[in-house]
Write a protein that binds this ligand. Structure first.
Ligand code: NAI
Length: 349
């Protein structure tokens, strides 16, 4: 995988101390966030961590879906490393994750999915290396739901030219800057002719400005099937919010699961790095969580901070643990817990 980001000048370790907001989250969040923090600190990069606690309990107690101190902190530091936060199903408070992305206008959700040698998957002989660009601010995640009469509910899907164009531009710009060959737009414009039709129209307009990059379009159901049968065909994908959410979990399943895949929420002024996975209540507090996804999110963060040397060393240190295969976690068939995996990464630095 090319680590996400543009080529940037190297920073030396003594030069800079970066301010970063660390949001441990809840469930397995604090476990994987602490592992990632330790690994980042072990690279020698100087980070001034500002810890902002955020959990389902805090939200329920304060009644604020995103406490102001969290927003203030990310506004100050401009960069966040975030663990997952639980969202209640079918009621309760609205998603803090979606809320944070909207409040800070983190419009691009970037999720690189690639084969890590040593992880046993059904795609052992296939080289998977794709980057998903999920629109992060609208679509069916706008939270506009309405009970018309008892037993009849509508949910509004919002697609705008502005948001569709900027995610397409982001995806194409990334592709051009990173030597990627193809961008695939994923849609359901055969059914949602106006909404997904507009998304597609914007992708086509942007694609026309990048004649050197191949562009194709796939309907989301077929795209999902082809992701299972022929994942190596995908390079860069651009998707509206809901399809992006679903397809990125599907893609994660190809390379070892949710414990592996990192992500970045990028805006013009702020960037918040977080794994694709959620708070995993089934294994929370047991020391079993795989911190890889969070560590690779930190790799993306280091790249964003222009700490290229540390970024590459941390990525290589994580990959070496898999290549050696002695200290991997249960989700990928190993026996180690979070701490043992973390210690092995740090030893490799
Ligand atoms: P999940 O991603 O938390 O868990 C799905 C499955 O993957 C579980 O079996 C879990 O044990 C496993 N898994 C996830 N991460 C893992 C890791 N690092 N190591 C080992 N195994 C791991 O998805 P689920 O169960 O659908 O959601 C749980 C909660 O998380 C919900 O409240 C949901 O809203 C929230 N969530 C939060 C996100 C965020 O904060 N960005 C993203 C996705 C879900």
């Amino acid at each position: 995988m090319a680590v996400w980001g543009r080529a940037a000048p190297l920073a030396t370790m003594d030069e800079v101390s970066h301010k970063v907001t660390l949001i441990p989250g809840d469930g397995i969040g604090p476990e994987v966030a602490s592992a990632a923090r330790k690994a980042v600190d072990a690279t020698g990069v100087k980070i001034d961590w500002e810890v902002a606690e955020l959990s389902g309990d805090i939200i329920a107690k304060t009644g604020q879906s995103i406490p102001q101190y969290v927003l203030d902190s990310v506004d100050r530091t401009k960069v966040g490393l975030k663990g997952p936060v639980t969202t209640p199903i079918g009621g309760g408070y609205t998603s803090v994750n979606v809320g944070l992305r909207k409040k800070l206008d983190l419009f691009a959700n970037v999720r690189p999915v690639y084969t890590i040698p040593g992880i046993n998957t059904r795609y052992q002989d296939v080289k998977i290396d794709m980057v998903l660009f999920r629109e992060n601010t609208e679509d069916l995640y706008s939270g506009l739901e309405h009970e018309v009469v008892k037993g009849v509910v509508t949910g509004i899907k919002v697609i705008t030219r502005v948001a569709s164009t900027r995610i397409a531009e982001y995806a194409f710009e990334y592709a051009a800057a990173n030597g990627r060959k193809k961008v695939s737009a994923i849609h359901k414009a055969n059914i949602m002719k106006l909404a997904d039709g507009l998304f597609l129209q914007c992708c086509r307009e942007v694609a026309a400005k990048y004649p050197q990059i191949e562009y194709n379009e796939l309907i989301v159901d077929n795209a999902s099937m082809q992701m299972v049968t022929k994942p190596q065909q995908y390079d860069v994908l651009v998707l509206p919010n809901l399809y992006g959410d679903i397809v990125s979990d599907l893609a994660a399943g190809l390379v070892g699961g949710l414990g592996i895949v990192p992500g970045a929420n990028m805006g013009f002024n702020h960037a918040v790095f977080e794994a694709v996975h959620g708070s995993a209540p089934d294994i929370a507090g047991k020391g079993l969580a795989n911190p890889t996804a969070m560590m690779l999110s930190a790799v993306m963060m280091l790249r964003h901070l222009k700490e290229i040397d540390a970024c590459e060393r941390l990525k290589a240190a994580v990959e070496k643990v898999y290549a050696e295969g002695k200290h991997t976690t249960g989700d990928v068939g190993g026996k180690a817990g979070t701490s043992e995996f973390t210690d092995a990464v740090i030893a490799n630095l």
